[in-house]
Design a protein around this ligand. Structure first.
Ligand SMILES: [Zn+2]
Length: 233
């Protein structure tokens, strides 16, 4: 992974931590240049009656920056769309394509745009997760690739970029498992940074460990993360 550039796009601060931070930390350790792009401001994720919109945005940004430091990221970009209202519209696609043209990633990691709910795990996927993933997929192909899409970018001096691979964070689909045994501790530390989100962090960590162990068994290692990788050529 040396000399590769990686961009992971999530809807909220903490999204990528759960799905891919073991893999991202591993790539960063190997010398890849890794970035996050967080689409929303995370301003609705609180049950605290005293919490305000403004303060929560600041708290969550700080938590994400803290996690980024642990994982060895180069930078976190924030688009600050309003939490829970994200749609894969022109503006979001344009803004993600712009970051792709700026940092020129070889690999883009995001969530699964096709994942609505899981019968097996009794779980509904957040609307922002689907919107962020869909807009990211479209931004990679074809939007960031073509010169004539978003002429405003060309006016700013940005050139088109061809992303080589998209890695969708797997929920119920998998075509690739990554051994994260060596970076599992960093993944847990990064998740732990998002204190505002979890009343029972021990329970969260237990769930994360169970899932990583489950995929580790299939991979033949202690802990693994699962993805659907699509090559774009
Ligand atoms: Zn989320």
């Amino acid at each position: 992974m040396k000399s590769k550039v990686v961009l992971a796009v999530g809807a909220h601060p903490d999204d990528i931590e759960f799905g891919a931070s073991g893999t991202i930390a591993k790539w960063a350790q190997e010398g890849a240049e890794c970035y996050y792009l967080i689409c929303t401001d995370g301003s609705r994720g609180s049950t605290d009656p005293k919490m305000t919109h403004k303060r929560l945005v600041q708290v969550r940004r700080k938590e994400q920056e803290g996690a980024a430091k642990i994982l060895g990221l180069k930078k976190v970009y924030f688009l600050d769309y309003t939490d829970t209202l994200l749609t894969a519209d022109y503006a979001l696609r344009r803004d993600i394509a712009k970051i792709i043209k700026i940092i020129k990633p070889d690999i883009v990691v995001t969530m699964d745009p096709t994942f609505y709910y899981s019968e097996q795990f009794n779980f509904i996927n957040h609307t922002d997760h689907r919107a962020a993933a869909l807009a990211t997929m479209d931004a990679c192909y074809p939007l960031a690739r073509d010169r004539l899409t978003f002429p405003e970018h060309e006016k700013e001096g940005l050139t088109p970029h061809r992303v080589e691979e998209i890695w969708f964070i797997g929920f119920d689909k998998t075509n690739l498992l990554i051994d994260i045994t060596d970076t599992f501790v960093k993944k847990i530390e990064a998740i732990t940074m998002h204190k505002s989100q979890f009343e029972n962090m021990e329970h969260v960590i237990k769930r994360v460990e169970e899932r990583a162990r489950y995929f580790g068994i299939t991979k033949g290692c202690k802990y693994a993360e699962n993805f659907v990788r699509v090559e774009l050529f």
